[in-house]
Design a protein around this ligand. Structure first.
Ligand code: BDP
Length: 580
């Protein structure tokens, strides 16, 4: 098993299995067409596509080309949400838990070159206390009132439970299916399984290569952006030294990329990387020794029709809109994104805070759910997948857990994950977990992180519509953080805004209010040196489950869902122009 991103080169080949597959809800007779990769949920007006909770089946035929004889062949799933089982001619060949990270299904010894077989992928979109992200198994209504004790409402809830409800404990639509590319890949039998690079600003790149199969000679080489060899070395691990190294600088600097090329017998893998160092020093976040101030909206993988499906056109458009906004970063709220996005950010110099899918952990009982082991595995898999990306500068263990109801229990849960992340990351990036609006004075988790990331909605969810009171309250909180001597990032703040709704008076939901809100909060941020970043919520409007607080989804976007800027986007664009 390898998590290296599939690649076509002189030694390796791949066939993209994207296209129109057969699809059915499990237990049904007939099949219908479905596009892969994409979420299935918006591909039909049949309400089950949005509401269904359970297993589905995807089907297609695969053939291993005759010319691949003698090679190691496997299927590579970039992500299938949330749980998946892969069957070939009815026999299980792989299973995977979690919907945002890659896995492989070995075809060696199962299907021969020249043979055709039926591939079925079962997907399961049910979310509960054992999944990340977390679902509430029908116990709690996320948005809206539970009206406990009102017998008629209780009766209605009972009916819902009997029908089986699959409510997210998080505020984004539970998109599912084969949402990222699937490929059949071939490589030599003796192959490179993993590559770890740790570049330093002095030009030394320490490397380690892991291989499968028989031992072969391993050669490492570094190519500059023009393709010239600038360093060479034999062996599976060691240090390659680049003379006069060029650094990977965040936008608007030059995000210079090198390629580390490894040959192992007949196999070859080319790993792009950049030279950049990150470090927290006092209340500053240093990239290549220079203070870095984060400014850029958090995102979702979300768009019309595709849902969370990988869409390179959307990704390129979004990153160009980040440039237009003069933004330099985002957080992968609230799960690891498709690998293509990190490759794009490496190339474009956009900095990423990489987040696990641990979202929906706001219930105080969560520490009794035994999630720790699985959470740790997901964290390690994410770090392993993304460890070589220069764009990734920090790990987020999760979003908005309850950390103040039982502060000790929360610390016991999060501290080992924090340590694990440091231990697992060869580049030892800073680690954080994103804090919810809470009684921060009691909290033993959030203030203990390398960088404090806090989500705050003063002037929206609390002190609604009163920006003077919001500023007053936020300043009171910032006074407290000032005494903690930590770098702080406002990792979410925002206001739902219906594009086109205006008011001479800046009232909630108007474009004027969203702009006034950002003006007000920015005023407070600018007074504090220890605030090293601002990440508005959200880049674009996005789909959520239904509820009385959501008008066709979450409307806190600076852009509409089809990427048209609201007034606040123009305002932030001007503000951020002064920060680059
Ligand atoms: C925050 C969550 C985010 C939500 C946002 C909101 O982290 O996922 O979408 O609130 O309510 O608490 O808009």
């Amino acid at each position: 098993m390898s998590t290296l991103y599939p690649q076509n080169n002189a030694s390796r080949m791949m066939i993209d299995l994207g296209g129109v597959w057969d699809f059915r809800f499990q237990g049904e007779e007939g099949w219908q067409p479905i596009a892969v990769p994409a979420s299935y949920n918006d591909q039909s007006p049949d309400p089950r596509f949005r509401n269904y909770a359970g297993m589905t089946e995807y089907r297609r035929k695969i053939t291993i080309p005759l010319s691949w004889k003698g090679m190691r062949v496997c299927l590579r799933f970039d992500a299938v949400a949330h749980n998946a089982r892969v069957l070939l001619n009815g026999r299980e060949i792989a299973a995977h838990r979690g919907g945002f990270l890659p896995f492989e299904a070995e075809l060696d010894g199962i299907l021969e070159a020249g043979e055709t077989a039926e591939l079925v992928v079962e997907t399961d979109n049910r979310i509960n206390h054992a999944t990340l992200p977390i679902g509430t198994e029908g116990e709690v209504a996320f948005f809206g009132s539970d009206n406990p004790g009102i017998s008629a409402v209780e009766a209605g809830k009972k009916l819902q439970e009997e029908r089986g409800i699959n409510r997210p404990a998080f505020d984004f639509f539970n998109y599912t299916g084969i949402q990222r590319p699937v490929r059949m890949v071939a490589m030599p039998k003796n192959y490179i399984r993993d590559i770890t690079l740790v570049p330093s600003m002095n030009g030394e790149v320490s490397f380690r290569v892991e291989t499968e199969g028989a031992d072969r000679e391993l050669r490492a080489e570094i190519l500059d952006a023009e393709g010239n060899t600038v360093a060479r070395q034999e062996g599976r691990e060691g240090i390659l030294t680049i003379p006069q190294p060029k650094l990977w600088e965040p936008w608007p600097g030059i995000p210079y990329l090198y390629t580390a090329r490894f040959t192992f017998g007949e196999d070859l893998y080319e790993q792009p990387f950049g030279i950049r160092e990150v470090r927290v020093e006092g209340t500053r976040f240093l990239i290549n020794g220079k203070p870095f101030r984060f400014h850029g909206p958090c995102k979702h993988e979300d768009s019309a029709l595709h849902g969370r499906g990988t869409d390179n056109c959307l990704n390129v458009t979004d990153i160009n809109l980040y440039h237009w906004l003069n933004a330099n970063c985002f957080r992968t709220s609230h799960y690891p994104y498709a690998e293509e996005m990190y490759q794009l950010c490496d190339r474009e110099g956009i900095v990423i805070v990489d987040e696990t899918p641990a979202v929906g952990m706001w219930a105080s009982e969560q520490y009794g759910w035994n999630l720790g082991e699985y959470h740790r595995q997901v964290l390690l898999d994410m770090i392993n997948r993304d460890k070589n990306h220069p764009c990734v500068v920090m790990w987020s263990l999760g979003n908005e857990p309850d950390t103040d109801t039982y502060p000790e229990k929360a610390r016991e849960y999060w501290q080992p994950l924090y340590e694990k992340a440091h231990e697992a990351d060869p580049q030892n990036r800073p680690v954080t977990v994103v804090g919810c609006q809470n009684r921060y004075e009691r909290d033993q988790v959030i203030p203990a992180m390398d960088v404090v990331l806090i989500n705050r909605y003063y002037g929206w969810y609390n002190l609604s519509g009163d920006l003077e009171a919001a500023k007053y309250a936020f300043r009171a909180e910032l006074d407290w953080w000032e005494k903690q001597h930590k770098p702080v990032i406002l990792s979410e703040y925002g206001a739902d805004t219906i594009a086109g709704l205006h008011g001479a008076v800046a009232e909630m939901f108007t474009e004027e209010y969203q702009t006034a809100y950002y003006e007000a909060i920015s005023e407070c941020l600018d007074e504090r040196e220890f605030v090293i970043g601002e990440m508005p919520w959200n880049f674009a409007d996005f789909s959520t489950c239904q509820g009385p607080m959501r008008v066709g989804g979450n409307r806190k976007g600076l852009f509409t869902r089809d990427r048209r800027p609201k007034m606040a986007a123009h305002w932030l664009r001007e503000r951020w122009k002064t920060m680059i």
